[in-house]
Design a protein around this ligand. Structure first.
Ligand code: 5AD
Ligand code: SF4
Length: 446
């Protein structure tokens, strides 16, 4: 029998990265990947629980799969990732979609090959494997990388912060940092294979190492990665403002390879709401960090996350968010409407904001942010930027797409043999979401 798998990933880069490892393990078992779900005899959904709509998306997909599952005797259906970590929802899924064969969690995807094997021997039993705070840090698993020039490297798992709206500490467990030698080995290996850009991943990368003995922390890790010759760009996500210290900011100012972009989620602009979110910083603390970053790192671009309509958010609180946007001048942002999550303190509050108010505020936030993004991009008009070329542009074949150091999407005409290379592009057109330009030999501004 031909082994063909289809995998669909919901949610954050952490899940994307886990899916790259799942794919690597399956390819080692002689499975081939397909993009057409109808061709597969193993279907995997790597799921996300962060907001209700991510959850609903999965239910839609599962509902639609019932027919295919009935038609195809040998089809194996696996659901993994964050959703199964929640007991109540897991039981709901088991009850409502009894045709699922395999359920695994965020810490047990390494058991998938074993579970598939077990299923082949006895297909009547639903197999469930979950661990809350696994000490298995998935070292040495094969990984199928999406690109050949840039890669994610996970440096830690889990989160200790318990923001009052967030389900992640419940699904991914406590912070567990990987050993720095393992991380450096992985990056050196990637470098020797020709990878140029590394993105270090963690729920809160700036607290890397707090759970390990010794005093080796995130800044040292960045310094050591910077020493690896072939690596030209280093990125990292996400950072929690409470852990962004002066030593780190000073290093960013000195660093040649860490890109001038930081994703620093603020969530809300009112110190009252931030306190209720259990974020552990005030609006003033955040603004102070931004000032230091802008002083230390020329042209640093700052992106962020916002949650609109947190329980109890008043009109005045929300207006503070809008005025903070104007003050900080974000370069980009992910904006979310607050979503009640199981077992979270904010979810239990009785002062939930009604949907209409949430949506109106959400639109007002976008109306405030978009002109700021555009304004920030305008600074790049007629400038030459270095672009790491990712791929052929989605909409136009003769165009290529890449990222500038400040993480801006840049489109330009060019030959596909430039993919994976760093080229200079003179920007001649600026939009809210991207820059457009032409290849040039001129020296880059950034
Ligand atoms: N509702 C809406 N957005 C949320 N996020 C996390 N939990 C929720 C929730 N319950 C957002 C935060 C976080 C990002 C990854 O997702 O902005 O930074
Ligand atoms: Fe969730 Fe807060 Fe942890 Fe981010 S820092 S994963 S928002 S609990």
């Amino acid at each position: 029998m031909k082994k063909i798998f289809y995998i669909e990933t919901f949610g954050c880069q952490m899940n994307e990265y886990d899916s790259e490892k799942i794919s690597g393990m399956l390819e080692n078992l002689d499975y081939n990947r397909t993009k057409n779900i109808n061709n597969a005899n193993l279907i995997i959904y790597n799921t996300c629980l962060i907001r209700e709509n991510a959850e609903n998306k999965l239910y839609g997909k599962l509902g639609a799969l019932k027919k295919l599952k009935m038609e195809k005797d040998d089809l194996i259906l696996a659901v993994g990732g964050c959703i199964p970590q929640n007991e109540e929802i897991r039981n709901y899924i088991l009850d409502k979609y009894p045709f699922i064969d395999i359920i695994f969690g965020t810490n047990t995807f390494y058991k998938l090959p074993e579970m598939i094997n077990k299923h082949m021997n006895n297909s009547h039993e639903i197999l469930v494997e979950l661990e809350k705070n696994s000490s298995n840090l998935n070292e040495n698993l094969p990984t199928v990388r999406k690109y050949e020039h840039k890669a994610f490297v996970n440096i830690m798992y889990g989160c200790n912060n318990f923001c009052s709206y967030c389900v992640v500490p419940h699904t991914r467990g406590r912070e567990r940092s990987r050993n720095s030698k393992e991380i450096l080995n992985e990056v050196e290996n990637l470098a020797s294979q020709g990878f140029k850009e590394i993105t270090l991943l963690g729920q809160n990368v700036n607290s890397y190492g707090n759970d390990l003995d010794g005093d080796y922390r995130f800044t040292q890790l960045l310094e050591d990665i910077e020493k690896i010759n072939e690596i030209e760009r280093i990125r990292y996500v996400s950072s929690h403002p409470k852990d962004v210290g002066d030593e780190f900011i000073d290093f960013l100012g000195r660093s040649k390879k860490v890109c001038n972009h930081m994703h620093l989620p603020i969530q809300a602009g009112s110190s009252k709401v931030l306190k209720e979110m259990n974020r552990k910083y005030t609006k003033e603390d955040y603004i102070q960090i931004i000032k230091k970053l802008r002083n230390s790192v020329p042209n640093i671009s700052i992106s962020t996350d916002f949650i609109v309509g947190f329980p109890g958010e008043s009109e005045e609180d929300f207006e503070e968010t809008l005025s903070l946007c104007r003050e900080v001048e974000f370069d980009a942002a992910f904006t979310f409407i607050y979503s009640v999550r199981p077992n979270t303190p904010a979810g239990k509050r009785i002062d939930q904001i009604n949907d209409e108010v949430k949506h109106k505020r959400f639109n007002r936030l976008l109306e405030t942010l978009y002109p700021i993004f555009y304004e920030r991009n305008l600074a790049y008009k007629d400038k030459v930027v270095k672009v790491l070329v990712d791929k052929i542009s989605k909409n136009k074949d003769e165009y290529l797409t890449g990222r500038s150091r400040s993480n801006r999407i840049v489109h330009f005409k060019g030959n596909s043999n430039l993919i994976g290379k760093i080229v200079n592009v003179r920007i001649n057109k600026v939009k809210t979401w991207f820059l457009k330009g032409v290849l040039t030999e001129e020296e880059a501004y950034e």
